[in-house]
Design a protein. Sequence first.
Length: 351
Amino acid sequence: MSHLEAFLKAMRADAALVHKPENLRWLAGYTGEGCLFISANRRVILTDFRYVTQARVQSPDWALEQVSGDTGYPALAAKLARAEGAGRLWLETDHLTYDDYQGFAQALAGVELLPMGGVPERLRQVKDAAELDSIRRAAKIASDAFVNLLPRIHAGMTERQVQRMLEYEMLELGSEGVAFETIAASGPNGALPHARPSDRVIESGELLTLDFGATVNGYRSDMTRTVGFGKITGALQDIYETVRQAQQLGLDALAAGRPCSEIDRVARDFIDARYPEAFGHSLGHGVGLFIHEQPRLSQRSTDVLVPGNVVTVEPGVYIPDLGGCRIEDTVIITADGYENTIAAPKALIEL
Ligand SMILES: [Mn+2]
């Protein structure tokens, strides 16, 4: 079943307006601006002059409606909904601004507007073969870029210098861009899970956490490695070893049919016993066209893993003023376990 067929089935007889760029790509293969009108009988790309040719090439099976000075998106959507006799229209209320929503509500007076409620998000959880192939390629690019980077970085460089070299390497290896803003956190900055790279000079005896990803056909990879500079001893060495073991325990726990909350629990209990309060985020998340997708490996998740899920496993330990460590792979859930898309080593590297 194509993505569009699965979506139509989930929407039953209702019509939908789709705005998230990633969902435009997922449903129509279209990467320009605008939105989609989808009903049982019609699939239409609504866009402006700049994207008309692109839409025709990328989505030849879709009709096109062009906005103009007098006719904006709400008026076009209303015209299509009326022509289809749509009584109900699903909208991505978790994406539209309040003003956008008001505009559609006004133009679509008489049509019942419903929140799409995560329907595409639920359907995107299971990736097809082409999607898995793109994610594998994005993962290999990031992993290879990291391995290529190692002999070229050393104490005395800044976080930003390392970030630039890593991103350049991913682009050279074929990434369309970065999957998200690269994190490069050295020394005490490592205690901030989402530290922005700074001009801080990395010193010998410190850890550096690099969290980064590549993009292929819009699909992302996500990985984290923490590396040492000079000799890593004492508390930092213990932290690294704890995170490395917790990550392996999390990976070992992955299995189709297993609740996501259980996977999180296995890694969390191991860390909590050694570093209470030091692992304050969830173990992992789905990855695809968005860097953060369903399912989540977290205590609150009610999801159960199924083959075709793509999730990260990324425990961390963060100690204020001292530093931190996180290790992350992107993995594909299979019928008999998992496939790790990231090949880069995880033993402590001392550069
Ligand atoms: Mn991640």
